[in-house]
Design a protein around this ligand. Structure first.
Ligand code: APR
Length: 241
């Protein structure tokens, strides 16, 4: 059987959205695979501003564990395939990930934004205006957590449920400029990311979904490539010079 190809034309501007599924084959469980639970807590209970107010030690325990798991994981062939596509497409490529791991960067991606934040950074809990700082520490207790120069405690540089995603202006411009949208490994259940495909369709872009299950917004895609990203993405793209 001939494998389907996604053809990238010389005039295409490519917008890629990735979700937890692209890191699944690197050993990082998706939100859905874990039934939305962590150590008996609903994930929303450790990833909200209210959780941070109520129990910052628990929130840091959760993100310290994710830092530990993320540091052990390696990019898989799907991360590499996107980095190779970017190398061919150059400035006509834009990657937006919902993932907070750094597997895209470690796989070689350069033009990317983390709309839900980054595990390897922390920032002021009072949003005093200072930029996030590199922080890969695995905290054993709240007493170990550092403070911002303004004196407030550092919190994970993560967009909690109910907070506004990062870089939305740049993301919206890149979607409206795009002619081809490729979405990988996301269930289509978290907004605004689940709407990106609709915005791209309104602008006339072709839209492709890659993953083993149909996402909730599957009907908005021109094509669905069914399979695990690490298995179907190598060799999937043909790129016009
Ligand atoms: N390859 C591609 N897709 C996969 C693979 C794989 N090997 N394994 C699982 N998937 C797909 C699942 O079919 C599912 O549709 O990945 C998707 C994972 O869905 P979710 O767990 O809901 O993750 P995501 O859509 O990224 O969640 C969005 O919700 O947890 C919050 O802020 C967090 O960024 C996250 C957001």
């Amino acid at each position: 059987m001939q494998q389907m190809k996604i053809h990238v034309e010389a005039a295409d501007r490519v917008f890629v959205l990735t979700g937890a599924g692209i890191s699944a084959e690197s050993g990082l469980p998706t939100f859905r695979a874990s039934d939305g639970l962590w150590s008996g807590h609903r994930i929303e209970e450790v990833c909200t501003p209210e959780a941070w107010e109520r129990n910052p030690a628990l929130v840091w325990e959760f993100y310290s564990k994710r830092r530990e798991d993320g540091a052990k994981a390696q990019p898989n062939p799907a991360h590499i395939a996107l980095a190779e596509l970017e190398a061919q497409v150059g400035d006509r490529f834009f990657l937006c990930t919902q993932n907070v791991d750094d597997l895209h960067e470690r796989g070689g991606s350069q033009r990317l934004v983390h709309m839900h934040g980054e595990l390897a950074k922390s920032r002021c809990e009072d949003d005093c205006g200072r930029p996030p700082v590199e922080d890969r520490a695995i905290y054993k207790s709240l007493a170990e957590v550092g403070h911002c120069a303004c004196g407030a405690r550092l919190r994970p540089h993560i967009v909690f449920f109910g907070e506004i995603p990062l870089e939305m202006g740049r993301i919206e411009r890149a979607i409206s400029d795009s002619t081809l949208m490729i979405v990988v490994g996301t269930s289509g259940s978290v907004y605004p990311a689940a709407n990106f495909v609709h915005w791209a369709r309104q602008g006339g872009a072709r839209t492709v979904y890659i993953g083993p299950e149909r996402p909730l917004n599957a009907s908005a895609f021109t094509y669905v490539v069914e399979g695990k990203a690490g298995e179907v993405m190598p060799g999937l793209f043909t790129v016009d010079a």
